[in-house]
Design a protein around this ligand. Structure first.
Ligand code: NAD
Length: 440
């Protein structure tokens, strides 16, 4: 069978300036090439994975509250389904593009494979600013979008989930619209629903919980007892706040947290339980910071300063592209755990690796979300709800298993954790593809 060793991507120097804010599709293709360079994988499989299986583009008419009609563009990119149904979020955002959906669908393929979930990757959305929609308009838009893409989704074909600009309520409308056309209730068509209609307990906290679990495993592995470990967390939303609270509960000292307006630093540790998360009260870190007395080392700092704190663990859990070629040399943490998607640019990644800083990649660290989505899908199909305790126990087990698979590759091949994640994912996908074969 034809196989080759791919050339690694262009030199880090060349990429430092040209790709520091690369698109999701560029990143996804670059990471595929980089992982493939170290593996002996069939050419045809790699060629297949460079391209999405399908990208569906639809127009979604919406009757506005004032009676006028506006037409929006929606996408559903389906990258690969060799290991199971497509899986991935639906985002409502003005910057949604076809290429972004394709790139993010590729990431979902790798993320599901890293977690060994029986899913492939998808992503979709509508080019719309959800802040400009009333609740009624959002409901009508969602129901019409469900109708427009209903032929290509389904509980055994493609299972959407919430993403930027969408939430459990959006998934409830989507599920209802799909079910009405099918003539029966089909909760497994989407995940991230409210628990009352087939959603899973623990789904909301899951990405933060998985970040905390892999942080704990990594700290133990590298000889940092949590009771002596300092942590800085950028972003205090669903991911950052849940990760910070669990790590504090498990004994770590969270010395800095932030929101979009800035950060607060206390070398003795912040009582993170006392600060509401972004969901509970938006930008509560700002209010907390405004109330502190700046003395004994306690101070208000910027988000940029938070990233450069001399801590054991840095968790960027806000937005992408915050660790770049410009600040990678100043990162002083020993371990970076990526809570957000894509917080480290390709160029910065090379600098951190060179400096011996361990980076636990997003496709493992925040994969608790898609893992509990998988649990939700199982519960829907079996019509049997799990308790929160069971969800958390199973998540713990899945995360430790996935983390261990990466650690084995890190040790065996002497590669970074990110490369290990892509190696594990790609090998699983390629194995499945080779067993099934390309047809005809
Ligand atoms: P969120 O909206 O709940 O919270 C985001 C937090 O980041 C808020 O505290 C906000 O003030 C802060 N923030 C926003 N912009 C910032 C900036 N430029 N600098 C510093 N702080 C900023 O978001 P979330 O759900 O916690 O998601 C955070 C990241 O994790 C995103 O990259 C998201 O894609 C990723 N993620 C989320 C989930 C999930 O299910 N929630 C799953 C996987 C990955």
């Amino acid at each position: 069978m034809a196989s080759h060793q791919r050339s690694p991507p262009a030199s880090d120097e060349a990429t430092a300036t040209s790709t520091d804010h690369e698109s999701a599709l560029e990143t996804a293709r670059r990471q595929l090439d980089r992982a493939a360079a170290g593996l002996d994988i069939d050419d045809a499989v790699l060629e297949r994975l460079e391209h999405p299986a399908a990208v569906h583009e639809v127009t979604v008419p919406l009757e506005r509250d004032d009676g006028s009609v506006e037409v929006f563009t929606g996408y559903r990119a389906q990258h690969d389904s060799v290991r199971g149904p497509y899986k991935g979020g639906l985002r409502y955002h003005p910057d949604v593009t076809r290429d972004e959906c394709v790139g993010l669908s590729m990431w979902m393929t790798w993320k599901c494979a890293v977690m060994d979930l029986p899913f492939g990757g998808a992503k979709g959305g509508i080019v719309v600013d959800p802040k400009e929609l009333s609740a009624d308009e959002k409901e009508r838009l969602t129901r019409r979008f469900a109708q427009e893409i209903r032929d290509v989704i389904g509980p055994n074909a493609d299972i959407p989930a919430p993403d930027m600009g969408t939430d459990p309520q959006t998934m409830a409308w989507f599920m209802d619209a799909y079910s009405m056309q099918e003539g029966e209730t089909i909760p497994g068509v989407v995940t991230g629903k409210p628990p009352g209609i087939g959603g899973s307990y623990g789904r909301e906290e899951a990405p933060g919980r998985s970040v905390a679990i892999v942080t704990r495993e990594t700290c133990e592995y590298y000889g940092y007892p949590l009771s002596e470990t300092t942590v800085a967390v950028q972003g205090f939303g669903s991911v950052g706040a849940n990760a910070a609270r669990l790590l504090e509960e498990w004994g770590a000292t969270v010395v800095a947290v932030s929101d979009v307006n800035g950060a607060v630093y206390d070398p003795d540790g912040i009582d993170v339980g006392a600060i509401p998360s972004h969901d509970e009260e938006p930008e509560a870190v700002t209010r907390f910071a405004a109330g502190i007395d700046e003395d004994d080392g306690v101070r208000r700092i910027s988000n940029e300063e938070l990233l450069e704190l001399d801590v054991d663990v840095l968790i960027p859990a806000a937005v992408g592209n915050v660790i770049t070629a410009d600040n990678a040399d100043a990162i002083a943490a020993d371990i970076v755990v990526e809570g957000a998607n894509g917080p480290t640019t390709f160029a910065a990644d090379a600098i951190l690796e060179e400096r011996g800083i361990r980076v636990i990649p997003d496709i493992l660290a925040n994969a608790g979300g898609v893992t509990v989505s998988y649990f939700e899908w199982l519960q829907d199909i079996n019509r049997r709800a799990w308790s929160l305790e069971r969800v958390n126990e199973e998540l713990e087990s899945e995360m430790v298993t996935a983390w261990t698979a990466l650690r084995d590759e890190v040790e065996r091949r002497d590669i970074s954790w990110r490369d290990a994640a892509y190696v594990v994912a790609l090998e699983r996908i390629a194995d499945a593809q080779e067993m099934r074969g390309l047809w005809p």
